[in-house]
Design a binder for this molecule. Structure first.
Ligand SMILES: Nc1ncnc2c1ncn2[C@@H]1O[C@H](COP(=O)(O)OP(=O)(O)OP(=O)(O)O)[C@@H](O)[C@H]1O
Length: 257
């Protein structure tokens, strides 16, 4: 069997004053659409940063595509769309095509160079997110949801095998969140891109994902979403804490707001 795309082995992480993650082990296999769920401050963004190699765990190790992250050479296989991508500076003059092409720019001396066929690659990425008709538009004129699709196209243009997204729907209204997740599901299904997503949209995302990880400093559940009901009440409480009272029913699964 092929190695997991991401294999997190017993990692812990502490900021100066705060223990953020404790003894996390988690595998992301090819084809997974994994949602990482947890309350505010539960370590979700920290875990993504560790997957991306942006911060180093205090303890434990991580393998990417079967290779220790320290020796992993194919960073372009792991795409990232950060939480703040969609708060684009409204004065920024770049066009959609330029922003997406930025995902292809390779540093060569002082300059960034684009491959010759960059226009075709940009077009392909824009088609994948349903934004090809916006190519010449200024990014600052687009809505938050449209901008977020552009940032996903910018990550996709480098042809990642796994795409990591940190709360990509912040600022997108409810109606558009649904079509946004349909677009992600089609990337996962039709283009075989493995997805790892941090989100609070539990209700909307449940029928799109394949796997769930319930995080609160440590992993309280990880597996197929259909198995989430096997979590005990005590595990749920440990995951989401005592202060949470409201419970939604989602696809046969109880989850806290
Ligand atoms: N740069 C930092 N320096 C110190 N502490 C930090 C830093 N970033 C996060 N923390 C702390 O680490 C813990 C985990 O934070 P993290 O941002 O990973 O949580 P999160 O689950 O992504 O939260 P949210 O849902 O609110 O975005 C929190 O207690 C937070 O205050």
């Amino acid at each position: 069997m092929d190695a997991p795309l991401i294999n997190i082995k017993d990692i812990s992480f502490e900021y100066e004053q705060t223990k953020a993650l404790e003894n996390i082990s988690l595998k992301v296999e090819e084809g997974d659409f994994l949602a990482i769920l947890g309350p505010n401050g539960s370590g979700k963004s920290t875990l993504l940063k560790i997957m991306l190699g942006l911060i180093k765990p205090t303890q434990g190790s991580i393998e990417l595509f079967g290779v220790d992250a320290k020796n992993f050479k194919h960073r372009e296989w792991v795409g990232y769309v950060s939480q703040k991508s969609n708060s684009f500076n409204s004065g920024f003059p770049a066009t959609v095509e330029e922003v997406v092409a930025g995902g292809l720019a390779k540093k060569s001396g002082l300059f960034h160079r684009l491959p010759k066929d960059y226009k075709a690659l940009v077009h392909q990425a824009l088609v994948a997110v349903g934004m090809e008709s916006f190519s010449g538009r200024s990014v600052s004129e687009l809505s938050g949801g449209q901008q977020q699709r552009i940032f996903i196209a910018r990550a996709l243009v480098a042809k990642p095998k796994v795409l990591i997204l940190d709360e990509p729907t912040v600022g997108i209204d409810h109606q558009n969140v649904q079509s946004f997740y349909n677009m992600l599901a089609s990337l996962n299904r039709d283009q075989n891109i493995t997805l790892v997503l941090v989100t609070h949209d539990v209700d909307t995302v449940t029928d799109k994902i394949t796997h769930v990880a319930c995080l609160n400093q440590t992993i309280h559940f990880h597996g197929f979403k259909d198995q989430l009901h096997t979590m005990s009440d005590a595990q749920r409480e440990a995951w989401y804490g005592h202060s949470v009272r409201k419970i939604h029913h989602i696809g046969g699964v109880h989850s806290h707001d």
